[in-house]
Design a binder for this molecule. Structure first.
Ligand SMILES: [Zn+2]
Length: 82
């Protein structure tokens, strides 16, 4: 389920809502009741959305260099095991 991020235009409070695509967007700040606007939250969505994104990303980079911070030489790296 995607996570939407909102920011209050009155108090600048930001909050996240986990909503279905069919749910109505939030319009009120839970802190002050002011008007909120939806933020672009593709980062939150990709990090917390789970499954499909991770699988798609993994398959698309399979032929690229490993992204391990130690250059693929750590024990957990697929390239080190191969
Ligand atoms: Zn507010």
């Amino acid at each position: 389920m995607p996570v939407y991020e909102y920011q209050c235009t009155a108090c600048n409070n930001t909050f996240e809502l986990r909503q279905k695509f069919s749910d109505e967007p939030a319009t009120e700040c839970p802190a002050c009741g002011g008007t909120v606007r939806k933020l672009i939250s593709s980062t939150a969505f990709s990090l917390k959305g789970g499954g499909w994104y991770t699988e798609g990303y993994g398959s698309s980079k399979s032929s690229d260099a490993p992204t391990c911070p130690s250059g693929g030489s750590c024990a957990g790296c697929p390239s080190a095991a191969a």
